[in-house]
Design a protein around this ligand. Structure first.
Ligand SMILES: Cc1cc2nc3c(=O)[nH]c(=O)nc-3n(C[C@H](O)[C@H](O)[C@H](O)COP(=O)(O)OP(=O)(O)OC[C@H]3O[C@@H](n4cnc5c(N)ncnc54)[C@H](O)[C@@H]3O)c2cc1C
Length: 217
């Protein structure tokens, strides 16, 4: 059975609390489907929210630390961050403007991110990013050199204080509005990818790998 995390003062969903979800299984499914996260942190009183690639490995997520890592160089015990992942599932068209909404699944994770410093863990994180986006790509592309690994900063956030919020289903109108002659329903949304476009400098004799040619998400 999936473990349910206890919401803390900081992760308890306040608005529409019935949409709050705290079981690891649901949270991890959302994280594994998303590939961009937004990392929020504060530097000298200025909040920054940076979009970046991420991957989950076990009970932690790894993300590129380009911006936040500047601070981390001097903060060995970690930097407080808020990481958000959002999947948009549809536009919800209600009979009233007020009740328009979106169907979505989102995760908010709070905690202290630490800089990954061992080359082994860095490699694991890079492998996870690559395989998450395009399974089989890792083995085909050139592996990172020692210099490249050194130049890559990766942050690790343990998934201990986490919430998900999920909205599904039709619009929820006020009772009298159901009689209005207004179309109502959902426009489902999903991420789609077009056929791959070969780099002009890619040798035409190199076949397009099946994992690329038939890419679906
Ligand atoms: C695509 C999308 C569109 C949205 N549009 C709107 C909108 O137009 N208006 C609106 O009011 N809300 C919208 N939301 C919901 C919004 O993210 C917040 O949940 C809401 O604004 C405030 O919730 P709260 O009172 O719990 O907030 P807070 O008090 O800010 O949150 C308390 C805690 O609840 C948890 N939490 C809050 N929101 C989320 C979330 N989305 N996912 C996971 N955990 C969460 C976090 O742990 C947070 O620390 C949207 C969400 C998504 C993903």
């Amino acid at each position: 059975m999936s473990e349910t995390l206890l919401p803390t003062e900081r992760t308890r969903v306040v608005r529409e609390p019935q949409r709050g979800v705290y079981d690891r299984e649901t949270i991890y499914k959302i994280l594994d489907e998303g590939f961009v996260c937004h990392v929020g942190f504060s530097l000298d009183g200025q909040p920054y929210v940076i979009p970046t690639l991420f991957a989950r490995v076990g009970d932690a997520i790894y993300f590129h630390g380009s911006a936040a890592s500047r601070m981390l160089r001097n903060v060995s015990e970690g930097i407080p961050v808020c990481v958000t992942v959002t999947l948009v599932d549809g536009f919800v068209l209600a009979r009233s403007v007020f009740n328009h909404s979106m169907n979505y699944r989102s995760v908010v994770a709070l905690g202290k991110a630490t800089l990954v410093d061992t080359p082994k863990e860095k490699l694991e994180a890079l492998h996870a990013y690559t395989e998450k986006i395009l399974p089989q790509r890792w083995n085909e592309a050139r592996q990172p050199s020692e210099k490249e690994l050194k130049a890559t900063s990766i942050l690790r956030l343990p998934l201990t204080e986490v919430s998900a919020k999920v909205r599904t289903g039709p619009p929820e109108d006020d009772a009298p509005d159901y009689a209005l002659p207004v179309w109502a329903g959902v426009i489902p949304a999903h991420t789609a990818f077009d056929p791959p476009v070969r780099d002009e400098r890619c040798d035409p004799s190199i076949p397009t790998p099946a994992y690329t040619a038939h890419y679906r998400r």
